[in-house]
Design a protein around this ligand. Structure first.
Ligand code: CTP
Length: 398
């Protein structure tokens, strides 16, 4: 942790005293630590303790009231890592909802770097469905949450809820630090989800893409230092930390955004399932049944191949990655798409297997490169696959 800057958020829990040891351990490892406390935390340990040990003034609601600078933004930007220890149920709930009604929460909301949350609370609070939901939300948002330890609680009985020991927190921090920043300075455009093509004002044609792969890619790229813009077609997933999401609905919306943004980025990861066809006519009014048992015929026209369209204008220093969803003749189809779309890579996805296809959290892909590269990943989480893809396509590695 040598030379790293850590913003430590101390919140209202009896375990606040352990944050003092954590601060000491971080300093021993060479890190510079600044502390922000919630009002409730100051009732367990005084700000003066942390100020004396950290060598920096401590930000609290009371101290912020006397400052002329925007102290919370400053502290949010200063820290490379953001550690909440102990994290009370209240802080977890509020930060999961994006609430910023204290200087600690405002700082945390403004912070962009990797976040580590170390809960400490009564076992009933930890088990409560509301807390479970909030923890899931934080994890989905890309924050790392340590499980509390099982042991003697302040209430006098043993249960799950004790804050992880400072040594355990240090190990987690060091792992977090191990995250390579190999995409720093690069801007990636990611597309995710499935487009909708209108039939009439209430009906549309779409596909079964969940958007999970695209969101996993956007999240992993952001964690690895990239600036990420995500064109999101009808996806119901939480926004990954640090990622700019632009919602799109139809293939035409996606085309407009792609044409505008592609020239400005270093790479495109085209994970969206674009509808190949759209109705020739979109009915102005809702289509009505006219007779019992009638048959109707809908006529479709082709949408442009968006990947092909933008890849045709690819600069040599841009990397373009397409995704091929196939149910049969996988390899042959993937290689054909690689050439036809002028992509640098095609990530082949076998969607005939429900265990690893649409809406699943797991996947297995084969990556084909225009340079002859070929590699099949094991069946693993979409997050792990995303990391794998980002390693393979990084121009620095070639
Ligand atoms: N794609 C696109 N525009 C389209 C169709 C697909 O940009 N109109 C992109 C997808 O985002 C994906 C890649 O092309 O990155 C392959 O998509 P896929 O649906 O597997 O292939 P298609 O080209 O649509 O071919 P087919 O449906 O015949 O398999």
């Amino acid at each position: 942790m040598n030379g790293e800057k850590i913003t430590l958020y101390v919140t209202g829990s009896i375990a606040a005293y352990k944050a003092v040891s954590l601060l000491r351990l971080c300093q021993k490892a060479g890190a510079d630590v600044r502390v922000v406390m919630t009002e409730a935390a100051t009732r367990f340990v005084t700000p003066q303790t942390f100020a004396a040990l950290s060598g920096h003034s401590v930000l609290t609601d009371a101290s912020a009231a006397h400052l002329e600078t925007i102290a919370h933004v400053e502290l949010a930007q200063w820290g490379t890592y953001h550690v909440v220890a102990p994290a009370s149920a209240d802080f977890i709930a509020k930060s999961a909802a994006g609430i910023a009604d204290s200087v600690a929460l405002t700082t945390y909301l403004a912070a962009r770097g990797p976040k580590l949350v170390v809960p400490a609370m009564n076992d009933g609070m930890w088990d409560n469905p509301a807390t479970r939901r909030n923890i899931t939300q934080l994890r989905q948002d890309g924050q790392q949450v340590l499980d509390p330890a099982t042991g003697l609680l302040a209430e006098g009985y043993a249960a799950k809820g004790r804050m992880a020991e400072p040594e355990v927190i240090m190990t987690a921090l060091q792992q977090l630090q191990g995250q390579p920043q190999d995409w720093a300075g690069k801007h990636l455009l990611v597309t995710a989800g499935g487009t909708q093509e209108d039939l009439d004002p209430v009906r549309y044609l779409s596909n079964r893409s969940s958007g999970k792969m695209g969101y996993a890619l956007a999240n992993a790229a952001s964690q690895r230092g990239a600036q990420v813009t995500l064109l999101s077609a009808n996806v119901n997933l939480p926004t990954p930390t640090g990622v700019k999401v632009i919602p799109v609905r139809t293939a035409a919306d996606l085309k407009d955004q792609l044409q505008q943004l592609f020239p400005t980025v270093d790479g495109l990861l085209m994970a969206a399932a674009v509808s190949d066809f759209r109705p020739v006519q979109v009915a102005e009014h809702k289509l009505k049944k006219t007779a019992d048992g009638e048959e109707i015929t809908l006529r479709f026209q082709q949408n442009p191949d968006l990947l092909k369209l933008v890849a045709a204008h690819k600069r040599p220093n841009q990397v373009v990655v397409g995704f091929a969803a196939e149910t049969h003749d996988w390899r042959q189809n993937a290689l054909h798409k690689l050439a036809a779309k002028q992509a640098d890579y095609i990530v082949l996805n076998d969607v005939s297997n429900p265990a690893i296809g649409f809406n699943s959290d797991d996947n297995q892909v084969t990556i084909f490169g225009a340079d002859g590269f070929q590699e099949q990943t094991p069946v693993e989480t979409k997050d792990a696959i995303a990391d794998h893809i980002l390693t393979v396509i990084n121009p620095k590695d070639h």
